[in-house]
Design a protein around this ligand. Structure first.
Ligand code: ADE
Ligand code: ZN
Length: 335
């Protein structure tokens, strides 16, 4: 292992873009399909793994929604979240901000409360037993209607103290942020922080809409912002965090080769870029692998890594007190 690789491996990390349903590893998917009598079109873990070849976001999403259909009980959501936290602890993740997709479950008859209780019970245990702090962000599925998003927001209002923010994910093209302007206005009024996937596959215009109409606090991905110089300058000036996911971009063919990834350019342009795993079970890596692969391909320096990891603390939604702790720990490590 090179010195930079050990530095990355042992570094205390903050994750800001992880879909908990995207951390469902094939082995657990297989076990839960048996536990819950769900028929999957696979007869082994190897067959599941072999299916993970994607040409674009929709290819992945089709398998992602199929995969999450094995999650039925509160215990399933507890086990899923616990496994992600265990792996994260092994990779020195100290704080994580986790997305969940309630409509992916309520649409197939699983109660919102079942999902939320399983996840939050695991997060409480993760804090106690592993020292990982966490926050939960509820995402609306953008391929569904505004009405469905409003109904989901109504449910979240019953559990406001457990959910820090609201986001937007799923099929980007054809489902611009403007479709959800009114839902996000209501979410803001209710005190939720706001994020949205934008510029992953969709055009820079969707990033403009996320900023101007949804009034996001961070952009998830944002890669295609770089096609618009004025937008790029604005993101830099306003210090808007970008939760970038290198292995996801590679697997979903946003970049042909990791050497083409825009992360280095983002750093050079002064953007608040961060490194994250997105859907680690589907894209071949958690936090450490994302850092290692992109650092190697782009020949990132130790300073670049320090910048990226520092950005993650800076644009996180943790309290000022928790951020100060994370920063102090990180600075000790760097020194
Ligand atoms: N849901 C899970 N992962 C996603 C991604 N990368 N983009 C959009 N929606 C998602
Ligand atoms: Zn994502």
């Amino acid at each position: 292992m090179t010195a930079l690789e050990s530095f990355i491996t042992d570094m205390p990390k903050v994750e800001l873009h992880i879909h908990i349903e995207g951390s469902l590893m094939p082995a657990m998917m297989f076990d839960l399909s048996k536990r819950n009598n769900v028929t999957l079109p696979y007869t082994s873990v190897a067959e599941i793994e072999a299916a993970y070849n994607f040409s674009n976001l929709q290819d992945f999403l089709d398998l992602y929604y199929q995969g999450m259909s094995v999650l039925h009980t509160e215990q399933d959501f507890y086990d899923l979240t616990s496994a992600y936290l265990k792996k994260s602890a092994e990779q020195n993740v100290r704080h994580t901000e986790i997305f969940f997709d309630p409509q992916g479950h309520t649409e197939r008859g699983i109660a919102f409360e079942t999902v939320l209780n399983g996840i939050t019970r695991a997060l409480e245990d993760g804090k106690k037993n592993l020292g990982i702090t966490s926050l939960l962000i509820m995402c609306f599925l953008r391929h569904l209607s505004e009405d469905s998003a409003f109904a989901t927001l109504e449910q979240a209002l019953l559990y406001k103290e457990k959910i820090i923010g609201v986001g937007l994910d799923s099929s980007e093209n054809g489902h611009p942020p403007s479709k959800f302007t009114r839902v996000f206005a209501k979410a803001r009024e209710e005190g939720f922080l706001i994020v949205a996937h934008a510029g992953e596959e969709g055009p820079p215009e969707y990033v403009h809409e996320a900023l101007d109409l949804l009034k996001v606090d961070r952009i998830d991905h944002g890669n295609r912002s770089l096609e618009d110089d004025a937008l790029t300058a604005r993101l830099a000036k306003e210090g808007i965090g970008l939760t970038v996911c290198p292995l996801s971009n590679l697997k979903l063919c946003g970049v042909k080769d990791m050497r083409d990834h825009p992360l280095k350019k983002m750093i050079e342009l002064g953007l608040m870029a961060t490194v994250n795993s997105d859907d680690p079970a589907y894209f071949g890596g958690y936090m450490t692998e994302n850092y290692l692969d992109v650092a190697k391909a782009l020949n990132l320096s130790r300073d670049d890594i320090v910048t990226l990891a520092g950005n993650s603390i800076g644009v996180s939604f943790a309290s000022d007190a928790r951020k100060a702790e994370l920063r102090e720990d990180f600075q000790k490590y760097v020194a």
